[in-house]
Design a protein around this ligand. Sequence first.
Ligand SMILES: Cc1cc2nc3c(=O)[nH]c(=O)nc-3n(C[C@H](O)[C@H](O)[C@H](O)COP(=O)(O)O)c2cc1C
Length: 221
Amino acid sequence: MRRTLEVTEALRLLNGGPVVLVTTRWRKQTDVMPAIWTTPLAHKPPLIGVVAHPSRHTHDMIRFAEQFALNFPARDLMNHAQYFGVVSGRDVEKLDLSKLPTFKALKVDAPLIEGCIAHIECGLEDALRLGDHTLFVGRVLAVQAESDSFDETWLVGEPDYRPLHYLGSDRYAVLGERLQAELRTTEEGAIELAETPEERERREEEEARERERAQREGEEE
Ligand SMILES: Cc1cc2nc3c(=O)[nH]c(=O)nc-3n(C[C@H](O)[C@H](O)[C@H](O)COP(=O)(O)O)c2cc1C
């Protein structure tokens, strides 16, 4: 089930650096490219950044359309992500050729990719040339996410509902486990680390050995 979330949730969706498929549409032409250089930029208004090289067709599409959408693939779309990352929309209509179904976005003209676990729609707020890349600043207009994938944070539940991460080359990964930090401080404000299960096991074993030794010594006296 797909849910519409508050636009501010977009910033948390970006935590952990998931791969996104950037979709664009301009004058009946569509394009899609994977991006890993993305970042939350501001809460109020909710702004996110996508960094693209000027050689990418997507770069021109964002400039002309002044809009774009981010689609978060899970592992079943890994090979599609790789394909979209090695061919250019300047040469082929990638999205059509991939035969991936799409659906209409809520606020932008760019299509959204069916089967992705979350989507962020953006209007172009600014474009900053930084070295040989351009940082496109997007104002978040709408956010949707699968409830099996995201609820305040990524859930890291069923493997098919986890976001996809990019390691480089043709290597990808998914998150393995969601952990919860437990923060305790001393009166002075210093961190007091909670015992890990392994540390507790070691301490209990040591205490048991100590008791046995004390008992033996008591019997020998
Ligand atoms: C997983 C992955 C992540 C990528 N991330 C970025 C990125 O953040 N910025 C960028 O400019 N190119 C990135 N690339 C390269 C572009 O996706 C690639 O050049 C693509 O073919 C451009 O398509 P286009 O010309 O249709 O826009 C990435 C490639 C892969 C496979």
